[in-house]
Design a binder for this molecule. Structure first.
Ligand code: PMP
Length: 357
């Protein structure tokens, strides 16, 4: 029997969102925070054209995409590091700072990949419980020790949808020593409408230890192609670039991301539609009697405690897949209006069962 690292025995498997179907075959996947829209024709065309060259390796430096991102955000190209989805960039970040004894702080519950990546990289996770549904930034700052190497701040937070406003985030960053890297995970940034929720790119400019993680998977609708990026000062970005597996960002992903930036206006109109639907879904749930924390992301969160799995099963009967976290709550992505209507109906029917809530 080959010998494996003992940590593998204790690591929970990453649970991806599943699809379900109702008895009459309806299926609404609201479990992975994906864009509900078909890819734009211009993006599909660019991918089809690019497919003619897939006998060649991709550009390892992804020069065109790197330059397009740099131009879009007004940052030097040396500040951009790419990966195969932002989860891979997060993994690369863990690789850059981890060694035995190195501590990485993050809120919990937050994005499920953080503990896995910490374990894999050999870092020690320091989980700071949420306060209600929000980051407890004071407790996170108090948790910093000599061993702390990195802090992940997920803003808006997955799965609770809550977000951190400028003043609170700045006050927190002021308490973090410059030797500790702060990663602002902004996978859902494009859905933020609260003007007080600061754009991490404004904060990173004057703070060499702060960086911003973004993705093409959500607002840009490229979840299936896997491309994400970090914007960070040169020492951080170049450390992350060193940890990339050669050719990790494939050529079609590079081409599609460049085409998506070119079609950004169209894509952001779709984000507006999702944001409108988010308001509609949240208000409908509140009218039904649910507590729904404010959300700046493309999902809502219901803290259902012991009833979480039961609730998910009731939604599944209607063909709606949600993301349950047993004993805690359910995260429901905002889909197209039909999916949202079906979910609202299922949630209403569930709430009206007096023995259950
Ligand atoms: N960060 C957060 C907070 C997320 O929710 C996700 C996706 N669920 C990711 C990063 C990773 O997304 P991707 O790898 O598709 O870019």
């Amino acid at each position: 029997m080959p010998r494996f690292r003992p940590i593998l025995d204790t690591m929970p498997a990453y649970k991806a969102g599943k699809a379900v179907a109702s008895a009459d075959g309806r299926s609404y996947k609201l479990s992975s925070n994906e864009s509900p829209y078909d890819p734009l024709p211009s993006v599909v065309e660019a991918i089809a054209e690019g497919a003619r060259q897939i006998n060649r390796y991709p550009d390892p430096g992804a020069v065109r995409l790197t330059e397009a991102i740099a131009e879009r955000y007004g940052v030097p190209a040396e500040h951009v590091a790419l990966g195969a989805g932002s989860v891979t960039v997060a993994q690369q970040l863990f690789e850059t700072v981890s060694e035995p004894g190195a501590e990485v702080i993050y809120a919990w519950r937050s994005f499920e990949a953080y503990p896995l990546l910490a374990d894999l990289a050999g870092a020690t996770s320091v989980r700071v419980p949420l306060k209600g549904e929000d980051h407890d930034l004071d407790a996170m700052a108090d948790a910093i020790t000599e061993q702390t190497r990195m802090i992940f701040v997920c803003n808006p937070n997955n799965p609770t949808g809550t977000s951190i406003r400028r003043e609170a985030l700045e006050a927190f960053l002021d308490r973090v020593p410059e030797t500790v890297l702060v990663v602002l995970d902004e996978a859902y940034r494009e859905y933020v409408r609260d003007a007080e929720v600061v754009d991490g790119l404004e904060l990173y400019r004057d703070r060499p230890n702060v960086c911003v993680l973004r993705t093409f998977s959500k607002a840009y609708g490229l979840a299936g192609l896997r491309v994400g990026y970090l914007i960070a000062h040169e020492p951080v970005a170049s450390a992350v670039r060193k940890t990339i597996i050669p050719f990790a960002v494939n050529s079609l992903a590079q081409i599609a991301a460049v085409a998506s930036l070119a079609a950004e206006d169209e894509l952001l109109e779709r984000v507006d539609l999702v944001v409108k639907e988010r308001t509609r879904v949240r208000e409908a749930l509140i009218a039904q009697g649910y507590d729904v924390p404010p959300t700046e992301a493309n999902f809502v969160w219901l803290r259902l405690g012991d009833r979480t799995l039961d609730f998910a099963a009731a939604c599944a009967v209607e063909g709606v897949a949600v993301r349950p976290f047993a004993g805690e709550g359910a995260r429901i992505s905002i889909g197209d209006p039909e999916a949202n209507d079906t979910f609202i109906k299922a949630a209403g029917a569930y709430f009206s069962q007096p023995t259950l809530l």
